[in-house]
Design a protein around this ligand. Structure first.
Ligand code: UD1
Ligand code: MG
Length: 453
Protein backbone atom coordinates (compact mmCIF):
# COMPACT_ATOMS: atom_id res chain seq x y z
CA UNK A 1 0.00 0.00 0.00
CA UNK A 2 1.27 3.46 -0.88
CA UNK A 3 0.72 6.52 1.29
CA UNK A 4 1.90 10.02 0.42
CA UNK A 5 2.97 12.71 2.85
CA UNK A 6 3.08 16.25 1.48
CA UNK A 7 4.92 18.88 3.50
CA UNK A 8 3.27 22.24 3.17
CA UNK A 9 3.63 23.99 6.51
CA UNK A 10 6.61 26.23 5.83
CA UNK A 11 6.31 29.99 6.00
CA UNK A 12 7.78 30.60 2.57
CA UNK A 13 9.53 33.67 3.97
CA UNK A 14 11.43 34.23 0.74
CA UNK A 15 8.19 34.73 -1.21
CA UNK A 16 7.52 37.90 0.84
CA UNK A 17 3.80 37.34 0.67
CA UNK A 18 0.83 37.05 2.99
CA UNK A 19 -0.34 34.09 0.89
CA UNK A 20 1.13 30.78 2.10
CA UNK A 21 3.82 29.67 -0.36
CA UNK A 22 2.12 26.47 -1.49
CA UNK A 23 -0.94 28.46 -2.58
CA UNK A 24 1.05 30.51 -5.05
CA UNK A 25 0.00 29.40 -8.49
CA UNK A 26 1.77 27.92 -11.49
CA UNK A 27 -0.33 28.16 -14.64
CA UNK A 28 -3.18 29.45 -12.44
CA UNK A 29 -3.16 26.30 -10.28
CA UNK A 30 -1.82 26.52 -6.70
CA UNK A 31 1.46 24.62 -6.36
CA UNK A 32 -0.03 22.29 -3.76
CA UNK A 33 -2.70 21.21 -6.27
CA UNK A 34 -0.03 20.24 -8.79
CA UNK A 35 1.50 18.05 -6.07
CA UNK A 36 -1.86 16.54 -5.03
CA UNK A 37 -2.77 15.76 -8.64
CA UNK A 38 0.53 13.93 -9.03
CA UNK A 39 -0.09 12.03 -5.78
CA UNK A 40 -3.49 10.99 -7.13
CA UNK A 41 -1.92 9.81 -10.37
CA UNK A 42 0.23 7.47 -8.25
CA UNK A 43 -2.96 5.94 -6.89
CA UNK A 44 -1.93 6.52 -3.31
CA UNK A 45 -4.36 4.99 -0.84
CA UNK A 46 -4.09 8.04 1.41
CA UNK A 47 -2.66 11.53 1.09
CA UNK A 48 -1.50 13.21 4.28
CA UNK A 49 -0.73 16.92 4.12
CA UNK A 50 1.15 18.76 6.83
CA UNK A 51 0.01 22.36 7.08
CA UNK A 52 1.11 25.10 9.45
CA UNK A 53 1.69 28.58 8.16
CA UNK A 54 -1.73 29.76 6.93
CA UNK A 55 -3.09 26.36 8.01
CA UNK A 56 -6.75 27.29 7.61
CA UNK A 57 -6.31 28.77 4.16
CA UNK A 58 -4.27 25.83 2.92
CA UNK A 59 -6.58 23.23 4.50
CA UNK A 60 -9.68 24.73 2.94
CA UNK A 61 -7.96 25.06 -0.45
CA UNK A 62 -7.13 21.34 -0.51
CA UNK A 63 -10.15 19.86 1.29
CA UNK A 64 -11.08 16.53 -0.37
CA UNK A 65 -12.16 13.06 0.66
CA UNK A 66 -8.76 11.52 0.02
CA UNK A 67 -6.78 14.22 1.85
CA UNK A 68 -6.12 14.38 5.60
CA UNK A 69 -4.41 17.41 7.04
CA UNK A 70 -2.27 17.70 10.17
CA UNK A 71 -1.17 20.94 11.72
CA UNK A 72 2.49 21.51 12.49
CA UNK A 73 2.05 24.52 14.75
CA UNK A 74 5.71 25.47 14.91
CA UNK A 75 7.84 25.08 11.81
CA UNK A 76 10.90 23.39 13.19
CA UNK A 77 12.05 21.80 9.93
CA UNK A 78 11.08 19.24 7.34
CA UNK A 79 11.89 16.29 9.63
CA UNK A 80 9.69 17.74 12.35
CA UNK A 81 6.93 18.29 9.76
CA UNK A 82 7.06 14.70 8.51
CA UNK A 83 6.71 13.57 12.12
CA UNK A 84 3.28 15.21 12.25
CA UNK A 85 1.92 12.81 9.63
CA UNK A 86 4.07 9.67 9.80
CA UNK A 87 2.38 8.19 12.92
CA UNK A 88 -0.88 8.11 10.94
CA UNK A 89 0.55 5.89 8.19
CA UNK A 90 -0.09 2.12 8.31
CA UNK A 91 2.96 0.15 9.47
CA UNK A 92 3.08 -2.02 6.35
CA UNK A 93 2.74 0.88 3.88
CA UNK A 94 5.40 2.36 1.67
CA UNK A 95 5.53 6.08 2.34
CA UNK A 96 6.72 8.70 -0.14
CA UNK A 97 7.32 12.25 1.05
CA UNK A 98 6.74 15.14 -1.35
CA UNK A 99 7.22 18.87 -0.83
CA UNK A 100 4.39 21.28 -1.50
CA UNK A 101 6.88 23.65 -3.09
CA UNK A 102 8.24 21.19 -5.68
CA UNK A 103 5.21 21.19 -7.96
CA UNK A 104 6.19 19.67 -11.29
CA UNK A 105 7.53 16.23 -10.42
CA UNK A 106 6.17 13.71 -12.89
CA UNK A 107 4.36 10.61 -11.81
CA UNK A 108 6.71 8.60 -14.06
CA UNK A 109 9.74 9.69 -12.04
CA UNK A 110 7.96 9.13 -8.73
CA UNK A 111 6.92 5.66 -9.84
CA UNK A 112 10.63 4.81 -10.24
CA UNK A 113 11.17 5.95 -6.63
CA UNK A 114 8.24 3.90 -5.35
CA UNK A 115 9.41 0.79 -7.21
CA UNK A 116 12.91 1.16 -5.74
CA UNK A 117 11.43 1.59 -2.23
CA UNK A 118 10.30 -2.04 -2.29
CA UNK A 119 13.86 -3.02 -1.45
CA UNK A 120 14.95 -0.19 0.88
CA UNK A 121 15.01 3.54 1.52
CA UNK A 122 15.25 5.76 -1.57
CA UNK A 123 16.17 9.36 -2.28
CA UNK A 124 15.27 11.16 -5.47
CA UNK A 125 18.23 13.28 -6.53
CA UNK A 126 18.76 15.56 -9.47
CA UNK A 127 21.96 16.40 -11.22
CA UNK A 128 21.87 20.12 -11.86
CA UNK A 129 24.16 22.79 -13.27
CA UNK A 130 23.63 25.19 -10.38
CA UNK A 131 23.15 23.40 -7.03
CA UNK A 132 22.91 26.63 -5.01
CA UNK A 133 20.36 26.44 -2.20
CA UNK A 134 19.74 22.70 -2.42
CA UNK A 135 20.89 19.98 -0.05
CA UNK A 136 23.86 18.13 -1.62
CA UNK A 137 24.02 14.34 -1.94
CA UNK A 138 27.24 13.09 -0.36
CA UNK A 139 28.51 9.68 -1.46
CA UNK A 140 31.36 7.60 -0.03
CA UNK A 141 34.48 6.59 -1.93
CA UNK A 142 32.59 3.64 -3.46
CA UNK A 143 29.87 5.94 -4.73
CA UNK A 144 27.33 4.71 -2.17
CA UNK A 145 24.95 7.20 -0.58
CA UNK A 146 26.17 8.54 2.75
CA UNK A 147 24.01 11.54 3.67
CA UNK A 148 22.52 14.83 2.52
CA UNK A 149 24.19 18.03 3.62
CA UNK A 150 22.26 21.30 3.52
CA UNK A 151 23.74 24.38 1.81
CA UNK A 152 24.21 26.14 5.16
CA UNK A 153 26.04 23.17 6.73
CA UNK A 154 28.22 22.29 3.76
CA UNK A 155 31.97 22.83 3.47
CA UNK A 156 33.60 24.14 0.29
CA UNK A 157 34.13 20.68 -1.16
CA UNK A 158 30.54 19.64 -0.45
CA UNK A 159 29.23 22.87 -1.96
CA UNK A 160 30.78 21.93 -5.30
CA UNK A 161 28.63 18.78 -5.55
CA UNK A 162 26.05 19.11 -8.31
CA UNK A 163 23.91 16.15 -7.30
CA UNK A 164 21.14 17.56 -5.12
CA UNK A 165 18.27 16.41 -2.96
CA UNK A 166 14.91 17.04 -4.65
CA UNK A 167 13.12 16.63 -1.33
CA UNK A 168 11.48 13.37 -2.34
CA UNK A 169 12.22 10.26 -0.35
CA UNK A 170 10.47 6.96 0.19
CA UNK A 171 10.77 4.16 2.72
CA UNK A 172 8.77 1.55 4.54
CA UNK A 173 6.50 3.28 7.02
CA UNK A 174 7.84 1.41 10.01
CA UNK A 175 11.47 2.32 9.24
CA UNK A 176 10.66 5.93 8.42
CA UNK A 177 8.89 6.38 11.74
CA UNK A 178 11.78 5.04 13.76
CA UNK A 179 14.38 7.14 11.91
CA UNK A 180 12.27 10.30 12.16
CA UNK A 181 12.07 9.89 15.92
CA UNK A 182 15.87 9.97 16.08
CA UNK A 183 16.51 13.09 13.94
CA UNK A 184 18.08 15.95 15.91
CA UNK A 185 18.35 19.68 15.26
CA UNK A 186 22.08 19.89 15.76
CA UNK A 187 22.92 21.90 12.64
CA UNK A 188 23.48 25.42 11.30
CA UNK A 189 19.75 26.24 11.16
CA UNK A 190 18.74 24.48 14.39
CA UNK A 191 16.10 22.58 12.38
CA UNK A 192 15.05 18.95 12.17
CA UNK A 193 16.08 17.96 8.65
CA UNK A 194 14.05 15.25 6.93
CA UNK A 195 16.93 13.98 4.74
CA UNK A 196 18.80 13.11 7.97
CA UNK A 197 16.61 9.99 8.14
CA UNK A 198 18.63 8.60 5.26
CA UNK A 199 21.92 9.26 7.05
CA UNK A 200 20.43 7.33 10.00
CA UNK A 201 19.38 4.54 7.64
CA UNK A 202 22.99 4.22 6.45
CA UNK A 203 24.29 4.14 10.02
CA UNK A 204 21.77 1.39 10.74
CA UNK A 205 23.35 -0.63 7.94
CA UNK A 206 20.77 0.00 5.19
CA UNK A 207 21.92 0.96 1.76
CA UNK A 208 20.04 3.93 0.38
CA UNK A 209 19.25 3.87 -3.30
CA UNK A 210 19.57 7.19 -5.08
CA UNK A 211 17.25 7.53 -8.05
CA UNK A 212 18.61 10.31 -10.24
CA UNK A 213 16.71 12.41 -12.70
CA UNK A 214 18.40 14.89 -15.01
CA UNK A 215 15.17 16.73 -15.67
CA UNK A 216 15.91 20.07 -14.04
CA UNK A 217 12.41 21.40 -14.50
CA UNK A 218 10.50 18.70 -12.67
CA UNK A 219 12.73 18.80 -9.61
CA UNK A 220 12.84 22.55 -9.20
CA UNK A 221 11.69 23.85 -5.84
CA UNK A 222 10.11 27.27 -5.50
CA UNK A 223 11.39 29.41 -2.66
CA UNK A 224 11.05 32.90 -4.09
CA UNK A 225 9.20 34.72 -6.84
CA UNK A 226 12.14 34.56 -9.21
CA UNK A 227 12.07 30.76 -9.06
CA UNK A 228 8.29 30.80 -9.39
CA UNK A 229 8.46 32.86 -12.59
CA UNK A 230 11.26 30.71 -13.99
CA UNK A 231 9.28 27.53 -13.34
CA UNK A 232 6.15 29.06 -14.89
CA UNK A 233 8.13 29.81 -18.07
CA UNK A 234 9.55 26.29 -18.15
CA UNK A 235 6.09 24.79 -17.68
CA UNK A 236 4.65 26.98 -20.43
CA UNK A 237 7.36 25.95 -22.89
CA UNK A 238 6.68 22.29 -22.07
CA UNK A 239 2.96 22.68 -22.62
CA UNK A 240 3.57 24.56 -25.87
CA UNK A 241 5.89 21.85 -27.15
CA UNK A 242 3.35 19.15 -26.24
CA UNK A 243 0.72 21.00 -28.30
CA UNK A 244 3.07 21.33 -31.25
CA UNK A 245 3.75 17.61 -31.08
CA UNK A 246 -0.01 17.13 -31.46
CA UNK A 247 -0.12 19.17 -34.64
CA UNK A 248 -0.86 22.70 -33.41
CA UNK A 249 0.93 25.58 -35.14
CA UNK A 250 2.19 28.02 -32.53
CA UNK A 251 3.93 31.01 -34.04
CA UNK A 252 6.07 31.56 -30.93
CA UNK A 253 6.15 29.04 -28.10
CA UNK A 254 7.55 31.66 -25.74
CA UNK A 255 4.56 33.92 -26.30
CA UNK A 256 1.81 31.44 -25.46
CA UNK A 257 0.23 30.81 -22.08
CA UNK A 258 -1.96 27.90 -21.12
CA UNK A 259 -3.51 28.13 -17.66
CA UNK A 260 -5.79 25.14 -17.69
CA UNK A 261 -6.52 22.48 -20.26
CA UNK A 262 -6.51 22.89 -23.99
CA UNK A 263 -7.93 20.20 -26.18
CA UNK A 264 -6.70 21.00 -29.67
CA UNK A 265 -7.16 19.17 -32.95
CA UNK A 266 -4.56 19.05 -35.71
CA UNK A 267 -3.90 22.10 -37.87
CA UNK A 268 -5.10 24.62 -35.35
CA UNK A 269 -3.01 27.77 -35.53
CA UNK A 270 -2.37 30.08 -32.63
CA UNK A 271 -0.62 33.40 -33.08
CA UNK A 272 1.42 35.27 -30.47
CA UNK A 273 0.26 36.33 -27.00
CA UNK A 274 -2.75 34.09 -26.80
CA UNK A 275 -3.88 33.23 -23.26
CA UNK A 276 -5.94 30.09 -22.69
CA UNK A 277 -7.68 29.59 -19.33
CA UNK A 278 -9.92 26.91 -17.85
CA UNK A 279 -11.11 24.22 -20.27
CA UNK A 280 -10.88 25.19 -23.91
CA UNK A 281 -11.33 23.06 -26.97
CA UNK A 282 -10.42 24.13 -30.48
CA UNK A 283 -11.44 22.05 -33.47
CA UNK A 284 -9.42 21.23 -36.58
CA UNK A 285 -8.26 24.09 -38.78
CA UNK A 286 -9.43 26.89 -36.49
CA UNK A 287 -7.19 29.94 -36.24
CA UNK A 288 -6.68 32.15 -33.22
CA UNK A 289 -5.01 35.43 -34.06
CA UNK A 290 -2.72 37.48 -31.83
CA UNK A 291 -3.59 38.74 -28.35
CA UNK A 292 -6.77 36.78 -27.73
CA UNK A 293 -7.99 35.51 -24.35
CA UNK A 294 -10.00 32.26 -24.47
CA UNK A 295 -11.55 30.93 -21.28
CA UNK A 296 -13.83 27.90 -20.84
CA UNK A 297 -14.99 27.90 -24.44
CA UNK A 298 -15.31 25.76 -27.54
CA UNK A 299 -14.15 26.90 -30.97
CA UNK A 300 -15.51 25.01 -33.98
CA UNK A 301 -13.77 23.64 -37.03
CA UNK A 302 -12.36 26.27 -39.35
CA UNK A 303 -13.49 29.19 -37.20
CA UNK A 304 -11.35 32.33 -37.15
CA UNK A 305 -10.91 34.36 -34.02
CA UNK A 306 -9.31 37.62 -35.03
CA UNK A 307 -6.86 39.62 -32.94
CA UNK A 308 -7.70 41.06 -29.52
CA UNK A 309 -10.88 39.07 -29.00
CA UNK A 310 -12.02 37.95 -25.56
CA UNK A 311 -14.10 34.80 -25.32
CA UNK A 312 -15.41 33.31 -22.09
CA UNK A 313 -18.01 30.62 -21.49
CA UNK A 314 -19.02 30.66 -25.16
CA UNK A 315 -19.51 28.14 -27.95
CA UNK A 316 -18.32 29.19 -31.39
CA UNK A 317 -19.58 27.00 -34.23
CA UNK A 318 -17.74 25.85 -37.34
CA UNK A 319 -16.55 28.51 -39.81
CA UNK A 320 -17.60 31.40 -37.59
CA UNK A 321 -15.66 34.66 -37.72
CA UNK A 322 -15.07 36.52 -34.51
CA UNK A 323 -13.41 39.91 -34.00
CA UNK A 324 -11.10 41.66 -34.15
CA UNK A 325 -11.91 43.15 -30.75
CA UNK A 326 -15.01 41.05 -30.12
CA UNK A 327 -16.24 40.01 -26.70
CA UNK A 328 -18.19 36.81 -26.21
CA UNK A 329 -19.45 36.37 -22.67
CA UNK A 330 -20.92 33.33 -20.90
CA UNK A 331 -23.85 31.78 -22.72
CA UNK A 332 -22.93 33.14 -26.14
CA UNK A 333 -23.65 30.34 -28.63
CA UNK A 334 -22.94 30.78 -32.27
CA UNK A 335 -24.10 28.34 -34.91
CA UNK A 336 -22.06 27.69 -38.04
CA UNK A 337 -20.85 30.65 -40.13
CA UNK A 338 -22.10 33.29 -37.70
CA UNK A 339 -20.10 36.52 -37.55
CA UNK A 340 -19.43 38.74 -34.57
CA UNK A 341 -17.25 41.67 -35.51
CA UNK A 342 -15.34 44.48 -33.87
CA UNK A 343 -16.57 45.98 -30.63
CA UNK A 344 -19.54 43.66 -30.43
CA UNK A 345 -20.43 42.19 -27.03
CA UNK A 346 -22.60 39.07 -26.91
CA UNK A 347 -23.95 37.57 -23.68
CA UNK A 348 -26.33 34.65 -23.12
CA UNK A 349 -27.52 34.74 -26.71
CA UNK A 350 -27.77 32.35 -29.61
CA UNK A 351 -26.86 33.31 -33.16
CA UNK A 352 -28.41 31.02 -35.78
CA UNK A 353 -26.47 29.86 -38.81
CA UNK A 354 -24.93 32.75 -40.72
CA UNK A 355 -26.40 35.41 -38.42
CA UNK A 356 -24.17 38.44 -38.01
CA UNK A 357 -23.44 41.49 -35.92
CA UNK A 358 -20.45 42.98 -37.61
CA UNK A 359 -19.81 46.19 -35.73
CA UNK A 360 -20.37 47.99 -32.42
CA UNK A 361 -23.33 46.26 -30.81
CA UNK A 362 -24.56 44.77 -27.55
CA UNK A 363 -26.55 41.56 -27.83
CA UNK A 364 -27.70 40.17 -24.49
CA UNK A 365 -30.35 37.54 -23.66
CA UNK A 366 -31.33 37.19 -27.30
CA UNK A 367 -32.15 34.66 -29.97
CA UNK A 368 -30.94 35.80 -33.38
CA UNK A 369 -32.46 33.65 -36.13
CA UNK A 370 -30.44 32.20 -38.99
CA UNK A 371 -29.33 34.71 -41.61
CA UNK A 372 -30.36 37.76 -39.57
CA UNK A 373 -28.26 40.90 -39.55
CA UNK A 374 -27.73 43.25 -36.64
CA UNK A 375 -26.58 46.70 -37.76
CA UNK A 376 -23.85 48.78 -36.17
CA UNK A 377 -24.79 50.48 -32.93
CA UNK A 378 -27.69 48.14 -32.13
CA UNK A 379 -28.42 47.57 -28.46
CA UNK A 380 -30.69 44.96 -26.92
CA UNK A 381 -32.07 46.72 -23.84
CA UNK A 382 -32.32 43.52 -21.80
CA UNK A 383 -32.31 44.98 -18.30
CA UNK A 384 -34.94 47.21 -16.74
CA UNK A 385 -32.91 47.78 -13.61
CA UNK A 386 -34.52 44.80 -11.86
CA UNK A 387 -35.14 41.95 -14.30
CA UNK A 388 -33.58 40.66 -17.51
CA UNK A 389 -35.80 40.22 -20.58
CA UNK A 390 -35.32 38.40 -23.86
CA UNK A 391 -35.20 39.62 -27.43
CA UNK A 392 -36.30 37.08 -30.06
CA UNK A 393 -35.47 37.66 -33.70
CA UNK A 394 -36.73 35.25 -36.36
CA UNK A 395 -34.86 34.27 -39.52
CA UNK A 396 -33.53 36.80 -42.03
CA UNK A 397 -34.43 39.71 -39.82
CA UNK A 398 -32.68 43.01 -40.58
CA UNK A 399 -32.00 45.44 -37.75
CA UNK A 400 -30.89 48.81 -39.11
CA UNK A 401 -27.99 50.65 -37.54
CA UNK A 402 -28.29 52.37 -34.21
CA UNK A 403 -31.48 50.62 -33.21
CA UNK A 404 -32.61 50.17 -29.63
CA UNK A 405 -34.50 46.93 -29.08
CA UNK A 406 -36.38 47.23 -25.80
CA UNK A 407 -36.96 43.74 -24.39
CA UNK A 408 -39.11 41.76 -24.02
CA UNK A 409 -39.41 42.02 -27.77
CA UNK A 410 -39.90 39.82 -30.79
CA UNK A 411 -39.31 40.45 -34.47
CA UNK A 412 -40.68 37.71 -36.66
CA UNK A 413 -39.09 36.18 -39.79
CA UNK A 414 -38.06 38.73 -42.45
CA UNK A 415 -38.97 41.61 -40.13
CA UNK A 416 -37.11 44.86 -40.81
CA UNK A 417 -36.26 47.61 -38.35
CA UNK A 418 -35.39 50.99 -39.83
CA UNK A 419 -32.09 52.51 -38.78
CA UNK A 420 -32.22 54.65 -35.67
CA UNK A 421 -35.42 53.09 -34.33
CA UNK A 422 -36.37 52.54 -30.74
CA UNK A 423 -38.54 49.44 -30.89
CA UNK A 424 -40.79 48.63 -27.96
CA UNK A 425 -43.59 46.52 -29.45
CA UNK A 426 -43.51 43.28 -31.44
CA UNK A 427 -42.77 43.37 -35.16
CA UNK A 428 -44.69 40.84 -37.30
CA UNK A 429 -43.46 38.73 -40.17
CA UNK A 430 -42.07 40.83 -43.06
CA UNK A 431 -43.20 44.09 -41.40
CA UNK A 432 -41.11 47.26 -41.38
CA UNK A 433 -40.85 48.97 -38.01
CA UNK A 434 -39.90 52.63 -37.96
CA UNK A 435 -39.56 53.97 -34.46
CA UNK A 436 -37.92 57.35 -34.80
CA UNK A 437 -38.83 61.03 -35.07
CA UNK A 438 -39.81 62.06 -38.58
CA UNK A 439 -37.22 64.14 -40.40
CA UNK A 440 -38.01 67.83 -40.99
CA UNK A 441 -35.92 70.00 -43.31
CA UNK A 442 -36.00 73.72 -42.51
CA UNK A 443 -35.38 75.94 -45.49
CA UNK A 444 -33.50 79.24 -45.12
CA UNK A 445 -31.99 78.18 -41.84
CA UNK A 446 -28.91 80.19 -40.84
CA UNK A 447 -25.92 78.87 -38.96
CA UNK A 448 -25.07 80.70 -35.73
CA UNK A 449 -22.45 83.43 -36.16
CA UNK A 450 -19.63 84.19 -33.78
CA UNK A 451 -20.79 86.93 -31.39
CA UNK A 452 -18.80 90.21 -31.44
CA UNK A 453 -17.34 91.37 -28.14
C1 UD1 B 1 14.64 21.36 1.22
C2 UD1 B 1 15.65 20.26 1.61
C3 UD1 B 1 16.83 20.31 0.65
C4 UD1 B 1 16.34 20.12 -0.76
C5 UD1 B 1 15.24 21.14 -1.10
C6 UD1 B 1 14.59 20.76 -2.42
C7 UD1 B 1 15.54 19.90 4.00
C8 UD1 B 1 16.14 20.19 5.33
N1 UD1 B 1 16.12 20.48 2.97
O1 UD1 B 1 15.25 22.62 1.39
O2 UD1 B 1 17.75 19.27 0.97
O3 UD1 B 1 17.43 20.25 -1.67
O4 UD1 B 1 14.21 21.16 -0.12
O5 UD1 B 1 13.67 21.73 -2.85
O6 UD1 B 1 14.60 19.12 3.92
N2 UD1 B 1 8.13 22.57 5.53
C9 UD1 B 1 7.24 22.22 6.52
N3 UD1 B 1 7.56 22.44 7.82
C10 UD1 B 1 8.75 22.97 8.20
C11 UD1 B 1 9.67 23.32 7.16
C12 UD1 B 1 9.32 23.09 5.85
O7 UD1 B 1 6.14 21.73 6.22
O8 UD1 B 1 8.97 23.13 9.41
C13 UD1 B 1 7.75 22.31 4.13
C14 UD1 B 1 7.67 23.59 3.32
O9 UD1 B 1 6.34 24.07 3.29
C15 UD1 B 1 8.10 23.14 1.92
C16 UD1 B 1 9.00 21.95 2.20
O10 UD1 B 1 8.76 21.54 3.52
O11 UD1 B 1 7.00 22.71 1.15
C17 UD1 B 1 10.47 22.30 2.03
O12 UD1 B 1 10.82 23.36 2.92
P1 UD1 B 1 11.82 24.51 2.48
O13 UD1 B 1 11.98 25.45 3.63
O14 UD1 B 1 11.43 25.07 1.19
O15 UD1 B 1 13.18 23.69 2.32
P2 UD1 B 1 14.41 24.02 1.35
O16 UD1 B 1 15.24 25.05 1.98
O17 UD1 B 1 13.91 24.27 -0.01
MG1 MG C 1 12.07 24.72 -0.75
Amino acid sequence: MLEVIVLAAGRGTRMRSSLPKVLHALASKPMIHHVLDTARALEASRIHVVVGHGAELVSSAIAADDVTTYVQSEQLGTGHAALAAAPHCQLESTVIVLFGDVPLLSSATLSRVIKAAESGPVLLAASVKDPHGYGRVIRDSNGAFERVVEQKDANVEELSVCEVNTGVLAAKSQNLKSWLARVTNDNAQGEYYLPDVLGLAVSDGHSVEVVVTDDEVETQGVNDRIQLEALERSLQIRQAEALMARGVYLSDKSRFDLRGELDCAEDVSIDVNVLIEGHVSIARGAAIEANCVLKDCTIGEGAIVRAFSHIEGATVGPDCQIGPYARLRPGAELSAKAKVGNFVEVKNSHFGEGAKANHLAYVGDAEIGAGSNIGAGTITCNYDGVNKHRTELGENVFIGSNSTLVAPLSVEDNGFVAAGSTVTSPVGESELAVGRAKQRNIKGWKRPEKSKK
